[in-house]
Design a protein around this ligand. Structure first.
Ligand SMILES: [Zn+2]
Length: 459
């Protein structure tokens, strides 16, 4: 799929100052806002510089808006004239992930060069997610410069540490809650565009993330006495662990079609021309079990309808073939579906693990709340995206990774995760958190057009 073939209406907003928008992103990439779990390694002066630049580059926003820093996160507010309309919030994060040590030489352009070359803007953050952060500012500045009068209050929110703990987004959401703010919608990074093949559809599918799955690491511990392996009468810790792991993997919790999957199938139905879903989607309720079976059998669909189970770590085996092991541990990673609580999952695993294996969570977070898609925000985003990209159907879906958006669920029932910067899949897969991160100028500018129209139409 050549993604650029799907671009339409690239001639809109022809007076957008593309060179300046590109230069701003290039300079933003040059400011090294890498975040680390160990906060002593973070260069907060870089964040301060980034804030100075934002205030310098966007005079209209500074003139008409209210700029606030909460710790090193940024919240900008443009007041709308109609207080009966709930505000909208466009977000992104300022931080970037570290460049993997030892890979520096693999970068064609230095990761913090912000080089503009061969039609791309190069460097860490160009695709995750400074293009969206700068793009939102460019869009708002553009609208204000054109005399746009906002009816709906609009916020821009830029967390400082999405890649590590997301404390910035939590603090901003808390601030909004204290002010009594309830949001109409939130727009954040995430989502994806891919072929409709998995569904048997002849059209590309754009998945807008409406919730995030949960995350849990379960530690299994088993003990045995060790000793000579010639008399393993009571079994070994390794044997007990292996049985427990197999039992858990073989007994997944129930699969359910979440509301977003049902809506996806309803939207896609007219485009599904082959495969088992073709007939099944005519009556989703009656064919639920058949649809679930298809999802479970498909590598790209299965994780959407159940809690996935991935044994990932094991340690403590003995050092010799004739010596029995003693203390052993294993970790199973789960991504929780919305229908499962962490409590129910733990109880289920403990039952399956048996009395010889101890099972405890190291960490456990349930799925985020499923956002509403029968909402003006979602419909507007669908329409605006369809205005700039042809032959893609946009559907509500689960976001595959965690984002800051979940922090806003206490003040918003429509948190949408979709970055409108549609880039070639290979460039995206390699670049995001990887090497040679970059964005094409074309994808960047088209994304800005989406944001301008989205802000203009909804606010
Ligand atoms: Zn990101």
């Amino acid at each position: 799929m050549d993604i650029y073939n799907l671009y339409i209406n690239e001639n809109e907003y022809a007076d957008l100052n593309a060179d300046e928008a590109v230069r701003h992103l290039s300079e933003a990439v040059q400011i090294n806002t890498t975040s680390y779990m160990d906060t002593s390694k973070i260069d907060y002066a870089a964040f301060d510089l980034f804030h100075e630049k934002i205030q310098e580059w966007y005079p209209q926003i500074m003139k008409h808006g209210e700029y606030r820093e909460i710790d090193h996160s940024v919240l900008i507010r443009i007041e709308g004239s109609d207080p009966s309309l709930k505000p909208a919030l466009f977000m992104a994060h300022q931080d970037v992930v570290p460049v993997v040590e030892g890979t520096e030489a693999d970068w064609i352009h230095d990761p913090f060069s912000g080089d503009i070359a061969d039609g791309y803007i190069w460097g860490r953050g160009a695709m995750d997610i400074k293009e969206m952060l700068i793009g939102e500012l460019e869009s708002l500045e553009y609208l204000l410069a054109h005399g746009k009068q906002f009816r709906r209050t609009l916020y821009l929110a830029f967390g400082q540490d999405e890649e590590v703990i997301g404390s910035g987004a939590i603090a901003i959401a808390k601030h909004l809650k204290e002010q009594g703010v309830e949001l109409e919608f939130v727009m954040d990074e995430g989502g994806r565009v891919g072929s409709g093949e998995a569904y048997g559809a002849d059209i590309a599918v754009g998945s807008i993330g409406m919730y995030e799955k949960g995350y849990a690491d379960l530690k299994l511990t088993a003990e045995s006495f060790g000793g000579h392996s010639s008399n393993p009468f009571r079994g070994t810790s390794l044997g007990a662990l292996a049985k427990a792991i197999a039992a858990i993997v073989d007994h997944p919790l129930d699969s359910v079609l979440p509301a977003s999957v049902r809506e996806t199938l309803r939207i896609l139905a007219p485009y599904i021309t082959k495969g088992p879903l073709k007939e099944a989607v005519r009556d989703i309720d009656a064919n639920e079990q058949q649809i679930i079976a298809h999802y479970l059998s498909h590598p790209d669909l299965n994780s959407q309808i159940h809690t996935t189970i991935a044994p990932t770590m094991i340690s403590g085996g003995s050092q010799a073939g004739n010596v029995m092991p003693q203390h052993m541990e294993a970790v199973i990673n789960f991504r929780l579906a919305p229908q499962d609580t962490d409590e129910a999952l733990l109880e289920h695993c403990r039952r399956l693990a048996g009395k010889d294996v101890q099972a405890d969570f190291i960490v456990a977070n349930e799925a985020s709340r499923e956002s509403r898609f029968d909402s003006p925000g979602f419909r507007a985003l669908q329409n605006v995206l369809s205005h700039f990209f042809k032959d893609i159907v946009f559907v509500p879906s689960v976001n595959t990774t965690a984002t800051d958006a979940r922090s806003y669920e206490g003040v918003c029932d429509c948190c949408m995760r979709f970055e409108p910067f549609l880039e070639d899949q290979d460039i995206r897969t390699m670049g995001v958190h990887g090497t040679n991160e970059r964005i094409s100028i074309r994808a960047y500018l088209q994304g800005i057009r989406v944001l301008i129209r989205m802000m203009d139409e909804t606010c």
